[in-house]
Design a protein around this ligand. Structure first.
Ligand code: HEC
Length: 485
């Protein structure tokens, strides 16, 4: 049988599966970046505490460390598996691609992560119980292990955009996939912004310091850390843009909303202003203000950054060979991977998809809308919501009252041929084009209600036909019994 590796589509009707993943991932980035940055900050402060024999710095580490334990480690440990669960159902072939290339990298990351988790407990609970020199050593190990987790993850994340070296496609090899300019620039950029986040979240801890002189000292320290890291991070972002594929830049220029760049600049400027204010007037730093600032940075800074990185990758989800809709769209000889496009061109998506319901494998007048819906779910719903809400709802892209002929022409001319840079090539047979177009028109002009009504009527018709057939079979059987008698 001609089947390809596709799984049932996870469809989330309100916001779309992509947003569920993005939401979880953004929280995770906030938690993980805070803890990695803080770990390095602790290494520095602990060193200073040892050199200058200062208890107050150790006390600050203990407070910040406890805050991390309660908030970021718990949030990070919930959202981390959350990323696995959500991406595994939203993008099984994408995750498969990463696992096939990087399973040992991930194992390595988890080793460092265990050191990190044990480390944060030691940092917090051994203050005052071990001498300062030992505490400093633990802090340094903790800091390096934390940063190592980031190094590994960034290698995997940047592979999602682009394998490290072109050679990877021909020869495979995880180092070829892992190391590339993109990896290291992204690592530098994330390291910088991670310190920005550490400084902002640290404000919540500083707000609780009683001694005004110490509060001022820490506000200054974290203020400088924040200012320098924000500026370095912004410069690194410019540099990063030179290391992403042409395609990604094209998507970025044309497809990111107009407010994207101005809002990023506004967030950067606001962050800098915040640090300057807290340095000049540490007394303004109260928990409410610092907490609100952390949330603002999360919502206004991280969310657009992470979603931009996601959408720049279109139409791919991983390694420039797995499309967002999970179809493998390119040969990768180095990994013994074959493009699924030739088979799709030959038999169409309904025959090639292992989870197509039996009664939809062949398009006919009685199942057209159901078949069209199945195709839209499989091919499009990862990037376009078929409902009214969610990401890029399909009905927004065709004019009101559009004809089926026009939609079919677009589907055949543009989508099945892959004639558009930001969408995958989606091969369909003529009857599939017809079914998809019929569904799209109904969805466009009548909305979900019209689609549901049409599908109900298709099912009712099928049931009626079945009942008729059953009845006539019964009559035939009775006749037969009669004859035998
Ligand atoms: C990899 C993600 C992806 C997939 C899969 C995808 N699209 Fe798109 N599509 C996009 C993006 C990105 C745009 C650009 C529009 C935007 O950003 O607002 C777009 C635009 C469109 C447009 C607007 C016309 C245009 O040329 O810009 C139509 C119509 C459309 N898609 C239909 C579909 C249909 C139907 C399917 C499924 C058969 C599909 N798309 C699958 C990402 C995708």
């Amino acid at each position: 049988m001609d089947l390809i590796s596709l799984y049932p589509t996870w469809y989330e009707p309100t916001v779309g599966s992509g947003w569920v993943v993005a939401l979880i991932a953004t929280f995770h980035v906030l938690a993980s970046h805070t803890s990695v940055g803080a770990a390095l900050l602790f290494a520095y402060l602990s060193h200073k505490a040892y050199r200058e024999d200062r208890e107050d710095l150790l006390d600050f580490i203990k407070k910040y460390g406890l805050f991390l334990l309660v908030f970021t480690y718990v949030a990070g440990s919930i959202t981390g598996p959350g990323i696995w669960y959500s991406t595994t159902v939203a993008s099984p072939n994408g995750i498969g691609a990463l696992i096939h290339s990087f399973v040992w990298k991930w194992a390595t990351e988890w080793v460092f992560f265990v050191i990190e988790v044990v480390g944060v407990y030691m940092i917090v609970y051994l203050v005052g119980k071990v001498d300062k020199r030992t505490h400093m050593k633990i802090s340094v190990i903790f800091g390096l292990a934390s940063w190592a987790t980031m190094l590994i993850i960034v290698g995997i994340l940047s592979f999602m955009m682009l394998p490290g070296k072109e050679q990877w496609f021909a020869d495979g090899g995880y180092l070829n996939g892992f190391y590339g300019t993109n990896t290291f620039i992204q690592l530098g950029m994330r390291t910088a912004f991670m310190f920005t986040i550490t400084a902002v979240v640290g404000g919540i801890v500083i707000a609780g310091i009683k001694d005004p002189a110490f509060k001022k000292e820490m506000a200054r320290k974290l203020g400088w850390l924040g200012i320098i890291s924000t500026i370095v991070g912004a410069l690194m972002f410019q540099w990063y843009l030179t290391a992403v594929p042409e395609q990604a830049l094209l998507v970025m220029e044309n497809r990111l909303p107009d407010y994207f760049m101005p809002s990023i600049v506004a967030v950067l400027a606001g962050t800098l202003a915040y640090f300057i204010i807290t340095m000049i007037r540490p007394q303004t730093l109260v928990q409410g203000f610092a907490g609100a600032m952390a949330v603002i940075i999360l919502v206004a800074g991280l969310w657009p950054e992470e979603t931009a990185r996601e959408s720049m990758r279109k139409p791919w989800v991983a390694g420039q060979y797995v499309y967002s809709n999970q179809v493998i769209g390119r040969d990768v000889p180095g990994m013994d991977i074959k493009s699924q496009l030739p088979l799709l061109e030959k038999v169409g998506i309904l025959k090639a998809h292992p989870f197509t319901p039996e009664h939809l494998r062949e398009v006919n007048e009685g199942n057209k809308i159901q078949a069209g819906e199945f195709i839209a779910m499989t091919y499009c719903s990862n990037c376009h919501s078929p409902s009214e809400t969610g990401i890029r709802p399909l009905h927004r892209y065709f004019p009101e009252g559009v004809s089926q002929e026009r939609v079919a022409k677009y589907v055949k001319g543009v989508l099945t041929t892959g004639n558009i840079a930001y969408m995958p090539k989606m091969p369909m047979t003529d009857s599939e084009v017809d079914a998809l177009a019929a569904y799209l028109v109904l969805n466009n002009n009548g909305g979900q209600a019209a689609v549901t009504a049409a599908i109900d009527s298709e099912i009712a018709q099928r049931d009626r036909a079945l009942a008729e057939k059953n009845a006539s079979d019964k009559v035939a059987a009775l006749d037969f019994v009669q004859e035998v008698k």
